[in-house]
Ligand binder design. Sequence first.
Ligand code: IMP
Ligand code: MG
Length: 179
Amino acid sequence: MRPERKIKSIFTASEIQKRVETVAKEISDAMSGDFLLISILKGSFVFSADLIRSLHSAGVGPQIDFLALASYGSATESSGHVEITRDITDQVEGRDILLVDDILESGRTLSFAKDMLVDRGAQSVKICVFLDKQGKRKVDIEADFVGFVCPDLFVVGYGLDYAHYFRELPFVGALESEK
Ligand code: IMP
Ligand code: MG
């Protein structure tokens, strides 16, 4: 059942749209035309879909693959143990990669993905995240491209979930605590 929770808007749909266009321009300035964009599922599917269309407007047409990762834990806290639930199918050896994720928090998910791609022979791995919760890092990793710095609140919408719900919201909001 979908949880009955109030959600307080943090980033509106139009703020997100403008920021995604700017991030796409930053990527087009910094990366060569021929790269492989790897969208980390499930959370980054909405951001990735908007980002690739803004990349097109910025003159960039990457190849695209998907990597599904899960870090099991409670609904709002990850366990730190990351597993591949669906692997990419493209070859990464010698490729320039742009990893795209919804949010960088402890850094464990992206650090796992980056190490895996480097082990498989990627030439370079850059990271783009929609949200960056800067105060929560447990692993030494930073993103090359960031949509928004996110306050230290549990957020949902624009692909981000709480117990697999709320991904469809066109804005990002904080879940208000249960009373
Ligand atoms: P990390 O491995 O701790 O950096 O966490 C990254 C993953 O945890 C993200 O890909 C999200 O799936 C999830 N996550 C972290 N914070 C939030 C949040 O505020 N809302 C929804 N999911 C989150
Ligand atoms: Mg997730």
